[in-house]
Write a protein that binds this ligand. Structure first.
Ligand code: KG4
Ligand code: ZN
Length: 342
């Protein structure tokens, strides 16, 4: 079975063609970095136009790379939300049009489900149910993934998402948008104990997160020093101390989640993390140590597949189709689409 998936929910235009042997036949991805960087963030209208502009070229390149024709695709899928409505419409309409003209099914995909299932594409030992830490630019959630289409939300952020917090701190330090990777790079050279940033909701007795107080504390620290006087060493120390606060928060919340969940679901054998923040090696290390302590295994996709990509949409489309989801041409994109509504 061959599935094509289109991702266009934010600032990545991506198309993947995969088969049901977990092989990637083609993966084409364009990051709209140059379009948005001068504005310091993703501009929705510019993003939709860029998706439209890139889509045809990427499709042609995808079929060339996979060396197949549209008629050989068995299932067409696209991410239908959550995300920016303009981009979602571009991807959804393209996939629907190809499915309609070839007489094949169109399977709508939830973007968060695609992140949640991605590690399973690479790790064939990963079995349901698993505990998921999903951390992207827009979401920070702890969930139980029972099966395709079946999720229990255990905790979520009550304000900023973890990735958003990374991005805002990066901006305060003078880096471009989507600055999580810059913070990670600079944190490697800094002292994690240089600044004692707050760890909000650490002992709140629930599994919710809050990152806005941490962000404000970093801002106040920078304001006190004055951005003009910030040396490279101070910058590195702020990054390392900030990353250390994030790691502490994740360590506590995931440890609490395991203590609450494992007695009820002893069949859970894996912790899984996905979303762009899961690229961060310190965060992976923290999750690895939690997994080992609790005799679980950690499963994470290769870094580039933690971020938005086409393979995750194709795989989620394929898995939903196998699970019996019906082709649906009347469904329209949803800017908000929580996983629990699946
Ligand atoms: O999953 P993703 O690619 O897009 C969304 O669905 O939001 O996640 C993007 C987020 C951004 O906030 C970005 O700064 C963050 O992932 N990110 C990182 C790293 N690489 C990307 N955060 C921390 N450390 C990284 N190395
Ligand atoms: Zn995403």
């Amino acid at each position: 079975m061959i599935t094509l998936g289109i991702e266009s929910s934010c600032d990545e235009t991506a198309i993947a063609i995969i088969n049901d042997k977990h092989e990637i036949l083609s993966h084409q991805l364009i990051t709209q970095y140059k379009e948005h960087s001068i504005y310091g963030g993703v501009v929705p209208e510019i993003a939709s136009r860029a998706h439209l502009e890139y889509m045809d070229k990427l499709l042609e390149a995808s079929f060339n790379e996979a060396n197949i024709s549209p008629q050989q695709i068995d299932v067409f899928s696209a991410g239908l939300g959550p995300g920016l409505i303009g981009g979602l419409i571009v991807g959804a309409n393209m996939a629907k049009a190809m499915a309609f003209s070839t007489g094949k099914p169109f399977i709508p995909v939830n973007h968060l489900e695609a992140h949640s299932l991605m590690p399973k594409f690479f790790d064939t030992n990963l079995t349901f149910p698993y505990l998921l830490f999903l951390a992207s630019g827009g979401h920070t959630q702890i969930l139980i993934v029972h099966n395709v289409g079946k999720y229990t939300l255990l905790g979520t952020t009550i304000d900023d998402a973890c990735g958003e917090c990374f991005d805002k701190v990066a901006k305060m330090l003078g880096w471009d948008y989507m600055g999580g990777k810059d913070i990670e790079e600079h944190a490697k050279l800094g002292n994690p104990n240089a600044y004692n940033f707050p760890r909000p909701l650490l002992h709140s007795h629930d599994l919710n997160f809050s990152f806005s107080g941490l962000k404000t504390s970093v801002r106040q620290t920078i304001e006190k020093i004055d951005i003009q006087n910030i040396t490279e060493e101070i910058r590195n120390d702020i990054c390392a101390s900030f990353e250390s606060a994030i790691c502490d928060i994740i360590y506590h919340k995931l440890t609490d989640a395991i203590h609450i969940i494992l007695p009820k679901y002893p069949e859970i054998k894996h912790i899984v993390t996905s979303g762009g923040v899961a690229r961060n090696m310190k965060i992976r290390d923290i999750l690895e140590s939690i997994a080992q302590k609790n005799k679980l295994s950690l499963s994470v996709a290769p870094p580039k597949y933690c971020s938005d990509n086409g393979v995750m949409i194709a795989y989620a489309g394929e898995q939903n189709y196998i699970a019996g989801k019906k082709s649906n041409f009347s469904i329209t994109p949803r800017p908000r689409w929580p996983l629990e509504e699946l």
